[in-house]
Ligand binder design. Structure first.
Ligand code: KIV
Length: 273
C-alpha cells in the first residue's frame, strides 16, 4: 500500500482557482518555526528574498543568492504541511534568459521541495514566464514596485500614481497573466490601478500595498508582528512582538546576573543509587 501524507498541500492550481472567491491569505516565512505557526492560517507562504534585509540586515535584496533561498525554502517546507510554499528567484538568477530561469527554478523546486517560484518583472519577463509554465514550473509574477530593481528605480516609493506609470504596470500585469503566471503580486501601487488589474487579469492578484479589491493579501511576517523598526505605509502591525522580546531578554539578563535563574526546577539532580 502506498503511504500518502494525510494532509494534502495546496498547489498552484488551487491558488489559481481562488480567483474572485474568498480572499487569499499569505505571509512570508523564512524559518521552520514561523512556518509551523502560520501554516494553519495561510493559503500560501512566500520564502521571499526580503529575507536578505529582514534576516541578514542587507540594505537591499540584490545580494541574496540561490543557495540562501534554497536553505530557507527547505526550512519552511519542514515546518509546514498544508500551505503552498512559493520561493523567490533572487536577482541575477533568472533574468539572463528563459533557459537560465528554468535551470534556477528547477534547482529551487528540486532542492527545496517547494511548489512554485516567484519572479519579478512584467512585459520583459513574459517570455520567461511562458517558458517556465510550459515546462512544469508554476510561476507567481510580481509587478509594480519590484525591489530587485532598486538600483534603476532609485527608491522604494509607490508606483502607478500617474497615468503613464499606471499604463505601464497594467501592461506588465496583462503580459505575465497572458504568459501563464498562476497569480501575480502587486506591490505598492495606487488603489484604483490594483483594482483595475484585478478586474482585468485572469489569475488572482495578491496585494502588498495594493487594494482590498485584490484577490488576496500578503505581508512580511516580521513587519506585521512589529519586529521591524521602519515599515512602509501599507503595513498594519497586528502585534508588537519586538518590545515583548526586549522585555523578556531584559528579565532573563537580570535573573542571570542575580543568580536567580536557573532555579532548582531547571537543574538536574544526581541519579539516586
Ligand atoms: O520578498 C518578499 O518578501 C516579497 C513580498 C514583498 C511580496 O516579494
Amino acid at each position: 500500500m502506498s503511504v500518502q501524507s494525510a494532509v494534502r498541500r495546496l498547489t498552484a492550481p488551487d491558488i489559481r482557482a481562488k480567483k474572485g472567491g474568498e480572499p487569499i491569505v499569505s505571509l512570508t516565512a523564512y524559518h521552520a518555526h514561523t512556518a509551523r505557526l502560520i501554516d494553519p492560517h495561510v493559503d500560501f507562504m512566500l520564502v521571499g528574498d526580503s529575507l536578505g534585509m529582514v534576516m541578514h540586515g542587507m540594505e537591499t535584496t540584490v545580494p541574496v543568492t540561490v543557495d540562501m533561498m534554497i536553505l530557507q525554502g527547505q526550512a519552511v517546507m519542514r515546518g509546514s504541511a498544508r500551505a503552498l510554499v512559493v520561493v523567490d528567484l533572487p536577482f541575477g538568477s533568472y533574468e539572463g534568459s528563459p533557459q537560465q530561469a528554468f535551470a534556477t527554478a528547477a534547482r529551487v523546486l528540486k532542492e527545496s521541495g517547494a511548489g512554485a517560484v516567484k519572479l519579478e518583472g512584467g512585459r520583459r519577463m513574459a517570455e520567461t514566464v511562458r517558458f517556465l509554465a510550459d515546462r512544469g514550473v508554476p510561476v507567481m509574477g510580481h509587478v509594480g514596485l519590484t525591489p530587485q530593481a532598486i538600483n534603476t528605480l532609485g527608491s522604494f516609493k509607490a508606483l502607478g500614481r500617474d497615468e503613464a506609470s499606471a499604463a505601464l504596470i497594467l501592461d506588465d500585469a496583462r503580459s505575465i497573466a497572458d504568459a501563464g503566471a498562476f497569480s501575480i503580486v502587486l506591490e505598492a501601487i495606487s488603489e484604483p490601478l490594483a483594482r483595475q488589474i484585478t478586474q482585468e487579469v485572469a489569475p488572482p492578484t495578491i496585494a502588498i500595498g495594493g487594494s482590498p479589491a485584490c484577490d488576496g493579501q500578503i505581508l512580511v511576517l516580521e513587519d506585521m508582528l512589529g519586529l521591524s523598526d521602519r515599515v512602509p505605509r501599507f503595513v498594519k502591525k497586528f502585534a508588537e512582538i519586538g518590545p515583548a522580546i526586549g522585555a523578556a531578554v531584559e528579565a532573563y539578563a537580570s535573573e542571570v546576573r542575580a543568580r536567580s535563574f536557573p532555579g532548582p526546577e531547571h537543574v538536574y539532580a544526581p541519579k539516586k543509587g
